[in-house]
Design a protein around this ligand. Structure first.
Ligand code: PMP
Length: 406
């Protein structure tokens, strides 16, 4: 992407013009959440101003218009991830809720001693729901390790499958190491053993072409707020045959067929899993974020971010004491690092004082921090609107911070 195109994209993000500590802000915390283009914000405002009514509730015009907007987004998501049917696209509060839904509902069929395979690079969102299930049912959690570059040990992955294995659940892209896992190969292997797979796509959905038919996973989850969309919503993709068999996750309005005190029947898919009033305004506005991504092209976005990462990493390696965590051959635009023995918070504060917004800490991946033998890292991550000038500003700020910390 040339500079002019990126500058044009930036114009859709007024927040990028703000200052921090008296300097132009350099926003490099895109892995945590990306910024939101004006068209999404305007759509939210337009709906609250002119359109708001509850969905699936009334015959009145506003309710029908709002329902259409929500369901158009569902169809747009279906196309974005190439799912077979909108029945397989469930709106959630985000990645976290999607995983909890699967662990709780699909997991209700698991028994004591059944084994679930995770990896050491998982976000807490793909660890704790399985531990809650373990506390309820007595399942056993197995964990795949990584090598020094942050690449999954696939040999160990394959060796963990046995007759007790009932599920494998892993991230598509690590939010700390940037490692892009060979998910298609991993799904194929799991399926050859008759084991269903959930993929945490929180860090893949803004940067990759997603094709559920090709990937053939059983479940896939992601969040809108990391895709230039509104906060508070996400998507669970699930294969229809599983979703039909699974019990509801929550009960309430919208998810029922007929209710009596003796017996209740459930709504058809996808509504069976959408109890209560959905976040229909944000769902409708999410449609504009998907337009934003698809107009530029997700592959072009990823290439631009990757160029920025390669440029930055190459220069970071010249800084004395620099330790970069994650050197997988397939890597997303996430750079986790430490300088010598300095604490990540000290580095983060010194960068913030120079207008550079990066993440510090354990990144909701404490088991991975333990595996790496560190308390946390500083993490810089790129999005489509970042520039090479910002990469330079970050590098200069980092050199100054490193010099201060000795
Ligand atoms: N998984 C991964 C890999 C993530 O990076 C995140 C967000 N940091 C999550 C899960 C949780 O996403 P959310 O908080 O939007 O539910």
């Amino acid at each position: 992407m040339d500079k002019e195109e990126v500058m044009g994209i930036r114009r859709e993000f007024p927040i990028l013009e703000r200052t921090v500590a008296g300097r132009p802000m350099v926003y490099l915390d895109n892995t945590a959440t990306s910024q939101t283009p004006a068209r999404v914000v305007e759509e939210i405002k337009r709906i609250y101003t002119h359109e708001k009514a509850n969905v699936h509730r009334g015959v009145h015009t506003l309710s029908q218009e709002m329902t259409d907007l929500q369901e158009q987004t569902r169809e747009k998501v279906r196309r974005y991830i190439n799912a077979d049917s909108v029945e397989e696209v469930i709106f959630t509060r985000g990645t976290t809720e999607g995983i909890n839904l699967v662990a709780s509902s699909f997991g209700s069929r698991f028994k004591a001693g059944d084994e679930v395979i995770l990896t050491v690079m998982e976000h807490h969102a793909n660890i704790v729901p399985w531990q809650l299930l373990r506390d309820r049912t007595g399942i056993v959690i197995r964990v795949v390790d990584i090598d020094d570059r942050g690449v999954l040990d696939l040999k160990q992955y394959r060796s963990l499958f046995n007759e007790r294995t009932v599920m494998a659940s892993f991230c598509h892209v690590s939010n700390v190491l940037g490692t892009v896992n060979p998910v298609k190969e991993m799904v194929e292997f799991a399926h050859s053993k008759g084991v269903p797979v959930l993929i945490d796509g929180a860090q893949a959905s803004p940067h990759m072409i997603l094709d559920m038919k090709d990937l053939d996973c059983d479940f896939y989850v992601f969040s809108s707020h990391k895709m230039y969309g509104p906060t508070g919503i996400g998507v669970l993709y699930g294969k229809k045959r599983w979703l039909e068999e699974m019990p509801p996750y929550q009960g309430g309005g919208e998810m029922i067929g007929k209710v009596t005190f003796e017996h209740t029947t459930y709504a058809d898919l996808p509504f069976k899993f959408e109890a209560g009033t959905p976040d229909f305004v944000d769902i409708a506005a999410f449609s504009k974020a998907i337009d934003f991504i698809t107009e530029i092209g997700v592959e072009r976005i990823a290439r631009h971010e990757h160029d920025l990462m390669e440029y930055t990493q190459a220069r970071m390696r010249d800084i004395p004491g620099m330790r970069i965590f994650g050197d997988a051959p397939e890597k997303s635009a996430v750079i986790s690092f430490l300088v010598g023995d300095s604490h990540p918070y000290d580095l983060g504060l010194l960068l913030d004082k120079q207008g550079v917004e990066v993440r510090t800490g354990h990144h909701c991946a404490m088991p991975l921090m333990d595996r790496l033998g560190i308390p946390g890292t500083v993490r810089a991550s790129y999005a489509v609107y970042n520039t090479f000038e910002e990469a330079d500003a970050f590098l200069n700020a980092l050199m100054r911070a490193a010099a201060i910390l000795g």
